[in-house]
Design a protein around this ligand. Structure first.
Ligand code: PRP
Ligand code: URA
Length: 239
């Protein structure tokens, strides 16, 4: 991919949508995020590179999303003297949405090695675009203080809303959504249903197409990570 635009000051990748941007939506404006996102979008980026960039972007977005995690004081003995440092006080839960969210886990674990990882399996029914839950092994009650839902794409918001509902029923109190690309429709749906959930993303794109894919987007995040791309991706399914 070649840079064809003049250098910019790193404005967040906001779409030209006229919808208001809710205060719970955080769009990264970090130059490294902007650069990597363009690599990710490029249709020529092959699965190996795609996975690598998903991982790198996840680290950067995770860093921003966890900026308000709570810490408590801790006495540390340096070779020279004793001082008050900090340790993480919040128990962090990472909830990757299968499949595409899997690629975001390792980077988050590098950032927060003590985090618990709870997998949720959801896929979108191609025709209705409604989420179908197929895997959930959460224990009876919440074991973490702060949950980060990991999913590269927030499209209609159906999957994210379903995941948030599962976590709230579980007893999760603080929930954040970490997406690589969000559509205005998805942000609106999540914000309307769960105004307490903050959304961290690398870009807010323009809109969904008629089969629920994000425009301009990056295509199917799961297929591009796992090399399972299908030729009919993004086309209207036959009756
Ligand atoms: C994708 C993506 C989200 C969902 C977003 O998953 O990873 O989970 O679609 O769409 P929504 O906001 O309209 O619900 P998909 O259903 O393709 O499953 P996969 O990760 O197994 O490919
Ligand atoms: N899921 C994806 O992987 N991509 C989209 O654009 C929408 C949903």
């Amino acid at each position: 991919m070649q840079d064809q635009q003049p250098a910019s000051t790193g404005e967040p990748a906001v779409s030209t949508t006229s919808r208001p941007v809710p205060s719970t939506l955080h769009i990264s404006s970090h130059p490294a995020v902007l650069h990597k996102l363009a690599v990710l979008r490029d249709e020529a980026t092959e699965p190996k590179k795609f996975r690598e960039v998903v991982r790198e972007l996840s680290w950067l977005l995770g860093y921003e999303a966890l900026a308000d995690a709570r810490v408590r004081p801790l006495i540390v003995q340096t070779p020279l003297e004793s001082m008050t440092g900090h340790e993480l006080a919040d128990r962090i839960g990472l909830i990757p949405i299968l499949r595409a969210g899997l690629g975001m886990v390792d980077a988050m674990l590098e950032l927060m090695p003590t985090a618990q990882v709870w997998h949720l399996g959801l896929f979108r029914d191609e025709r209705t675009l409604r989420p179908v839950e197929y895997y959930n092994r959460l224990p009876d009650s919440a074991t973490v203080d702060l949950c980060l839902i990991l999913d590269p794409m927030l499209a209609t918001g159906g999957s994210a809303t379903a995941a948030i509902e599962v976590l709230k029923r579980w007893g999760a109190v603080r929930i954040k959504l970490v997406n690589l690309i969000a559509a205005p429709e998805g942000v609106e749906a999540v914000t309307a249903a769960h105004p307490d959930v903050e959304i961290h993303c690398a870009a807010l794109d323009r809109q969904l197409n008629e089969v629920g894919y994000i425009l301009p987007g990056l295509g199917d995040a799961g297929d591009r990570q796992f090399g399972t791309g299908r030729s009919d991706q993004g086309e209207v399914p036959p009756d």
